[in-house]
Write a protein that binds this ligand. Structure first.
Ligand SMILES: Nc1ncnc2c1ncn2[C@@H]1O[C@H](COP(=O)(O)OP(=O)(O)OP(=O)(O)O)[C@@H](O)[C@H]1O
Length: 265
């Protein structure tokens, strides 16, 4: 494997991703209602759509249902003993409601969870190799090269234990793991939570690059300033429902966002 290059990486199609309005839909989640094992409703009515090449941001106060929504979409609700009890999810036009994560992964979804992002005792390289669905052997070297090109620090630290990386580097590693499978949709929950402010911009830059290469991104992040800069489209959740959705420009002056997501039911 050669060290990272500065050369631009080719998109999946070899062309720029189509602009969003008429672009094909990658994810469609409609009127989702989720119940946890203890009977609590995690979300009551949430709809989210992501098109090819888009970065979509989900905002909302604590407990609004952002994590529940992305778990419902990715299939990781099951590990929390929860299920979608109403509404539907489709990925790349295929019905995936309550589908297990290994199957949503095969359809082209990669999920970077809020917690437990990396194996702390394994090296950076081993973390990448420990992926359940590594690309076929013939494509593996190119896939590793692609993520090392995006995050050169991971190449430099490829023999370091992941647990010894900084929080920002661990987040990069988690994103790199997601990207190894060349997904159609990358979902990142709380990308910058707990990270020093100086790390926010490089991570958002990486998101922008991921989308430019043709992988759509659905992002949950409290760093609304950067998220609005990078996102094409946004959703604001409140008390388990979609309160507002629209292009990022419409959110910039939003009183609801500015008011710190007040739950004004
Ligand atoms: N494992 C669980 N069991 C039961 N209820 C849960 C569970 N996880 C979340 N909930 C409930 O689901 C609702 C939505 O929580 P969720 O974590 O999705 O919100 P969030 O917007 O991601 O908030 P935060 O930013 O605090 O993570 C809350 O009422 C929460 O108490």
């Amino acid at each position: 494997m050669r060290p990272p290059t500065a050369s631009p990486i080719v998109t999946k199609t070899g062309e720029s991703p189509p602009s969003a309005p008429g672009a094909p839909v990658v994810l469609s989640a409609n009127s989702l209602r989720v119940r946890y094992r203890n009977g609590a409703l995690g979300i009551l009515d949430v709809s989210v759509e992501v098109k090819v090449g888009q970065v979509v941001a989900l905002f909302g106060p604590n407990g609004a249902g952002k994590t529940t929504t992305v778990r419902a979409i990715s299939g990781f609700l099951r590990s929390e003993g929860a299920r979608v009890i109403d509404g539907s999810v489709s990925l790349m036009g295929r019905a995936t409601t309550n589908m297990e994560p290994s199957r949503t992964a095969r359809i082209g979804l990669a999920f970077v969870p809020e917690r437990k992002k990396v194996f702390a005792s394994l090296s950076v390289r081993e973390n990448l190799e420990a992926l359940g669905q590594l690309p076929p052997r013939a494509e593996r070297a190119a896939a590793f090269q692609r993520v090392y090109d995006m995050f050169p620090i991971l190449w430099e630290r490829r023999r370091s234990q992941a647990g010894r990386l900084s929080g920002g580097q661990q987040q990069m590693l988690a994103i790199a793991r997601g990207l190894l499978t060349d997904p159609r949709l990358l979902i990142i929950d709380e990308m910058t939570l707990g990270l020093h402010h100086s790390l926010h911009e490089p991570l958002f830059d990486a998101v922008r690059e991921v989308a430019a290469q043709g992988t759509s991104v659905l992002l949950v992040d409290e760093s609304t300033g950067f998220a609005l800069d990078v996102a094409d489209h946004c959703y604001l959740l409140s008390a388990g429902r979609t309160r507002m959705s629209g292009p990022a420009e419409e959110f910039r002056g939003s009183e609801l966002l500015a008011a710190g997501y007040v739950d004004a039911e």
